[in-house]
Design a protein around this ligand. Sequence first.
Ligand SMILES: Nc1ncnc2c1ncn2[C@@H]1O[C@H](COP(=O)(O)OP(=O)(O)OP(=O)(O)O)[C@@H](O)[C@H]1O
Length: 678
Amino acid sequence: MKYLLFAIRHCVSKYRWSIIGSVICSLLVGVLWGANIGAVYPFAEIIFDGQSLHEWADRETVNCNTQIARLNTEIQELQAKLPQENDAEEASLMKTRIRQAESEISGWQGKLNNVEKTKPYIESYAPASPFNTLLLLVGFLLVGTMLKGFFLSLSMMLVARATQLTALDLKHELFEKLLDIRLGKANISAGDSTTRMQGDVGSIGAALEILFGKSVREPIKMFACLAGAAYINWRLLILSLIIAPIAAFVLYRLARTIKELNVRSILINGMITGFFLQIMEGYHVVKAYGTEDYEKQRFEAKSRQAYWERVKIQFFNSMVRVNNEVLGLGMVCLSMIAGGYLVLNQETHIFGIPLADKPMELGSILAFYAFLIGCTDPLRKLGDVFGSIQAGIASAELVYPMLQADPPILDPVNPVPIDSVGREIKFENLEFCYIDNTPVLKKLNLTVRQGETVAIVGPNGCGKSTLINLMMRFYDPDQGSVQVGGVDIRNFTQHDLRKQIALVTQSTVLFNESILENIRYGRMEATDEEVYQASKLAYVDQFVQTHMSHGYDTLCGDSGKNLSGGQRQRVSIARALLRDPDIIIMDEATSQIDMESERLIHESLKNCIAGRTAILITHRASTLQLADRIVVMNHGEIEATGTHEELIETSKTYCRLYVEDESEAKSEEANGEKRSAA
Ligand SMILES: Nc1ncnc2c1ncn2[C@@H]1O[C@H](COP(=O)(O)OP(=O)(O)OP(=O)(O)O)[C@@H](O)[C@H]1O
């Protein structure tokens, strides 16, 4: 509940007028609900007795006075007899009877006072004939019901406004947070993020809507009925409520179980979402390898697990309803037995326990039952929504810790302005591991001078991309530092740092936007003209003009699937060129580009890296030619540094990579020639 309280607090503090308005409306609904039920009394006592309100008031005045006089006489007689009574037991009975009679007198007196208080109003406003009194009551019921409906819908609208806006705020806050906390080693999967954003925020919104709606309205209605019942006979009401603590305990136990089941169900759903996203992403691999049945079975197994959790939740939710209905019925049954006994025997006590000031009339006991039955409807409605509140509590327990988590990569309190330093990049004694005790970088030292172009080569998995991840501050090193201009990059704001860098990643990430917008992502404020300029330099313009039906407005599709691998790479390079950065980082940027494009791009790359600090991770000999220096990495360490010729002589790893690469290139060239000859 602690976490849902954060959402409640937000809703109350930010949308307080809607909440206050809805509570006032709910109060009016409750009062009108109780008043409508209370109309049973005049129907039973007055109308169906063939009287008007005037006659009823007169009759009641006479009746109360008669009863008070009768009881006074009885008391006087008993008091007169008491001194002569020698039998102690008899004397005690007489004393008890005197006390009962006194209590009855106060009951009749109370009723007399009420009747006398209402009499002037009845005389001024109430119709004189019984039928007109009936019409008045029916009119009162109709108007009461219509007003109740009006205030009910107003309350629902105000609650929906406040709670849905709270859910919206939460969604925005979570989106912003997710943009920060997926950096570093925190392992928050796409499935979990999606479930938090889609399902859980909705579930919190629904729980708030119930909490400020039904959970306020229904207890008020219940309270109005209980107040009505207590007004008629509070002692009988307490007797009726004797089973309430047991029901409350059962409810408490059920609440815990339902919440735990909801947490489990949400986690399983997160897993299913993650699995589903993965299958949709790797759809063509599934088709190509014919693993549809295998994936179907895996999906069915996970869905079945989720199904069982839902079934269990529904079972316990139904138990809540049963519990509430048993409570409501138990209250009515207890009051029926006790009240029936009092009315039928015209008694005020049961087993010596006083349950009424005066013997109850049929109208009073019928109104009392009506009020208790009036309580069962809110109880049933509360039972129905109880599960949704528990689901909201469970969702809040998953969403709020995420919102409150510190981003793994933090900006410094007093950042150094990045413009005040040079652009030399230094990796100093760098150590890093993704998984504990599995070092990926081992005391790595490397300096890239300002304006220098360094190519990094090395076998798969040796840590080249990790180096880039640390340079971009997607992760912070375990030991050592990455420096720009001699300053540890942790002293710059992340925004400032990344603004100086254009990154072209291994897997080209494009969004399902137009080609124009995908390129503009490099610098959001760039004009169309600047985008076209960068496109020409990266040879995007070439294929846009010839292959794209809607030119630069052509959509790239999910993850850029409407473009070929090489085209995606070129869009990505255009994006980096548009950024006009001080530092360029390319991770295998040219791997998917055909030979002709590669040649042209290299020309533009040459211009692009001129005067800039550049790190190129590549295996391609042609790209290596752009580098001032080549660094060979192996097993998370720098194995050798030098020019191509030097490394051929000094580095076995480089020699192996380069020779393989060269022979690969040659065979590609030969294949190309064969194809063109054919
Ligand atoms: N997010 C991650 N969690 C755990 N281990 C990771 C993660 N990313 C990379 N690794 C591991 O770190 C090691 C270095 O990976 P890295 O991507 O830096 O290699 P690389 O030199 O860029 O390889 P390649 O040439 O194949 O791109 C690998 O053994 C890899 O399995």
